[in-house]
Design a protein around this ligand. Sequence first.
Ligand code: HEC
Length: 114
Amino acid sequence: MKKILFFLCICAFIIACGGEAEKKTAGKVAKKAKKAKEIVVDGVKIYKTYCVICHGTKGDMGSNGAFNLQTSELSVDERKLVIKNGRGVMTAFKGILKPEEIEAVAEYTLTLKK
Ligand code: HEC
């Protein structure tokens, strides 16, 4: 009888420890995810800061002859190139935005498409 009790105690101990360790790793993963989120650049914010002046909040303002982004057929990569190097009146953003910011804002412009 004593042996069984001892065995049960060991089992309970192992289960308790296992649960604890699991909680710890889950916490670590959550922390990492939070950190990664902070690094992610916000395409909306960049668009509102640098692009709205010509393209407008919905992409169709067309000031300074800006292309209507709602009807643009360019792919993300082609958009990245236009944003990076500029085109016609449009400013080249390679010295202003980081590559990951250019990517984020290019992806955001795709969401303006109708
Ligand atoms: C100074 C005004 C101006 C600003 C600021 C500006 N653009 Fe433009 N954009 C233009 C003009 C003008 C064109 C058309 C260029 C041409 O071919 O003559 C254009 C074209 C584009 C195109 C190509 C569309 C197509 O289908 O050909 C994309 C994509 C674009 N802009 C995205 C952006 C983004 C993203 C930003 C902000 C980072 C931005 N633009 C800021 C004026 C501007």
